[in-house]
Design a protein around this ligand. Structure first.
Ligand code: ADP
Ligand code: MG
Length: 395
């Protein structure tokens, strides 16, 4: 059993010139026994700080952490029964791989035979050969070193595993391989795991549940597809999914009894008719600034769509074509906004041509646009991520 509960958790660092940094801002989180939870968000959003407070490596400014209903705020790290794997592996360079994995158990005065069994079991799970066990870490590849770091955590049989961006130093191919290995490991060990990453693909593919953070604040926590399909605000919508969701700024207008999204544009912007259910939710926003969101796969070239509805069609200019083989990405512009469409057809289009795009309106989202002037960076430019985090989902 290992349930981790975080209640009203804050971490406030006293930064330079007495300026305080709220790294974690009133976080509340219940991580169930055996759950694989991924904390994801851009660099500096407070992921590592949250993890380090769970591990006991960082003092808690305010709030509580419970492990299996025991408040651990004042329990030292070594007594929390938690193992943490870091991005930089943190292996001892002068020790063999075997010794690196055995060392923690030796300190805890485990019997030699038990240590040997645990190290060899972990090595087998992770595909580390006997030959590798006798080498020093520098004689291993990055992926193998990361396996040793994971092995060192496994041998302790902890209640909770914490991972802080463990794959960031690996090349793309090794990252994908280790991703599935850690997922398999979770299935095999059936232990609570909390995994931190800035990579939304890792979050989507590995987590039972994803917790999206931004500026120390938890923006949303839900299963991966729930977040993908129903993002809480425009920031989450833009952060989860690749290529990212397209956004058009505009307003809700009425035309002969129907509601439309009208793009802010000098001329001939997109004018998209809302579905009845969407119109019901958008009604309160008539005449107000909104953000229309649509994922790249929900925008298709009209020539390839059977039965397209003129109310869901608009013109764009093709700027770049990326033929990926199985898919084609088109980089497009309405004149006022850039868009990406993602199609499973090998499209025949030309750069600089104008095409008609069909929006799969049922999959579209609308966000209530907060006032932009409240989200300026020090240099006066709009801080789009901050602004988007303040634009909640309407549908
Ligand atoms: P992440 O892991 O999501 O990239 P961190 O948890 O490392 O983010 O940092 C969150 C915020 O706290 C950042 O603004 C960072 O600059 C700040 N921070 C982290 N550690 C310290 C520290 N020791 N002193 C002051 N500020 C810190
Ligand atoms: Mg970090």
């Amino acid at each position: 059993m290992a349930k981790v509960v975080i209640e009203n958790l804050y971490k406030i660092y006293s930064g330079e010139k007495g300026r305080e940094v709220t790294a974690v801002d009133n976080a509340n989180l219940v991580i169930q026994d055996r759950e694989f939870v991924v904390l994801v968000g851009p660099s500096g959003c407070g992921k590592s700080t949250t993890l380090r407070m769970i591990a006991g490596l960082e003092d808690i400014t305010k709030g509580d952490i419970f492990i299996d209903d025991v408040r651990v705020n004042d329990v030292p790290p070594k007594d929390r029964d938690i193992a943490m794997v870091f991005q930089n592996y943190a292996l001892y360079p002068h020790m063999t791989v075997y010794k690196n994995m055995a060392f923690g158990l030796e300190l805890r005065k485990f019997p030699k035979a038990e240590i040997d069994k645990r190290v060899r079991d972990a090595a087998a799970i992770l595909g580390l050969t006997d030959d590798m066990l006798e080498r020093k870490p520098k004689a291993l590849s990055g992926g193998q070193r990361q396996r040793v770091a994971v092995g060192r955590a496994i041998v302790r049989k902890p209640k909770v595993f914490l991972f802080d961006e463990p794959l960031s130093n690996l090349d793309a191919k090794m990252r994908v391989q280790m991703r599935t290995e850690i997922s398999k490991l979770h299935t095999r060990l059936a232990t609570t795991m909390i995994y931190v990453t800035h990579d939304q693909v890792e979050a989507m593919t590995m987590g039972d549940r994803i917790v999206v953070m931004k500026d120390g604040v938890i923006q949303q926590q839900a299963a991966p597809l729930e977040i993908y399909n129903n993002p809480a605000n425009a920031f989450v919508a833009g952060f989860i999914g690749s290529p990212a969701m397209n956004f058009l700024n505009g307003t809700i207008v009425e035309k002969s009894g129907d509601l439309y999204f009208a793009e802010d544009s000098a001329a001939n912007g997109a004018l998209l008719k809302l579905e009845p259910e969407q119109a019901r939710k958008a009604d309160a926003y008539l005449g107000r600034s909104v953000i229309f969101g649509i994922r790249p796969e929900d925008l298709q070239d009209r020539l390839y769509v059977a039965n397209s509805d003129p109310g869901h069609t608009f013109s764009v200019t093709v700027e770049v074509i990326e033929p990926m083989g199985a898919e084609t990405y088109l980089y497009l512009t309405t004149g006022a906004h850039s868009l990406i469409s993602r199609s499973q057809v090998q499209l025949k289009v030309e750069v600089n041509s104008t095409i008609e795009l069909v929006a799969n309106i049922k999959r579209a989202h609308l966000f209530d646009a907060a006032r932009k002037s409240d989200f300026a960076k020090p240099n006066g430019e709009l801080d789009t991520d901050k602004w988007h985090a303040a634009c909640p989902l309407i549908f």
